[in-house]
Ligand binder design. Structure first.
Ligand code: GNR
Ligand code: NI
Length: 174
């Protein structure tokens, strides 16, 4: 298992639409393991493959409490099949937008279909933090970031801040 570097805004790769995984083979399982190691080390509660610059539809998550045993989850080609009318506001952060937190409104409950580590088709019904995180991760697979759910003013302020910081490090802009 390897910890891989996490890419941050304004890196344009975060805007890619990731490709579906055709078959869950040893290479995909190695990717999942690297993603989990990278997520735990960060630390974070979720990670999409594009955050380590791999544009494939793979997500890992662990929303267990700090004092609970680890509960790693993997989702391949996840798709939301139902979302509630009821919404929920949760403060979100993103490993690709370090040290920036804002409240985001999303459907409170969702159902999603996905393939598990063994390639078996499964469905999950999620609420609370699990629902928030799952939607945040599936957004990443579509090149969407949580700041896209904020007002234009807030989003542009956030992007500007990170673009300035990247320019000072001599990196390319978004
Ligand atoms: O670690 C993370 N915490 C978090 C908190 C609230 C809502 C979503 C998240 S996901 C984030 C890790 C990350 O960037 N995943 O893409
Ligand atoms: Ni994120």
């Amino acid at each position: 298992m390897a910890i891989r570097p996490i890419i941050c805004i304004p890196d344009p790769r975060l805007r890619l639409v990731s490709e579906p995984v055709a078959a869950i083979d040893d290479e995909v399982r190695a990717l999942m393991d690297d993603m989990l190691a990278t997520m735990y080390e960060a630390p974070g509660i979720g990670l999409a493959a594009i955050q380590i610059a791999v544009p494939r539809r793979v997500v890992v998550m662990d929303v267990a409490g700090k004092d609970d045993p680890p509960a790693p989850m993997v989702f391949v080609n996840p798709e939301i099949t139902w979302s509630s009318e009821e919404t929920n506001v949760h403060e979100e952060g993103c490993l690709s937008i370090p040290d920036y937190y804002e409240e985001v409104t999303r459907p409170a409950k969702v159902r999603a279909r996905f393939l598990d580590r063994d390639g078996k088709q499964r469905e999950i019904e999620a609420d609370g933090l699990l629902a928030t995180c799952l939607q945040h991760e599936i957004d990443h697979l579509n090149g969407v970031l949580f700041i896209d759910h904020l007002s234009r003013l807030k989003r542009e302020r956030a992007i500007k801040r990170f673009t300035k910081a990247a320019a000072m490090r001599g990196e390319e802009g978004m």
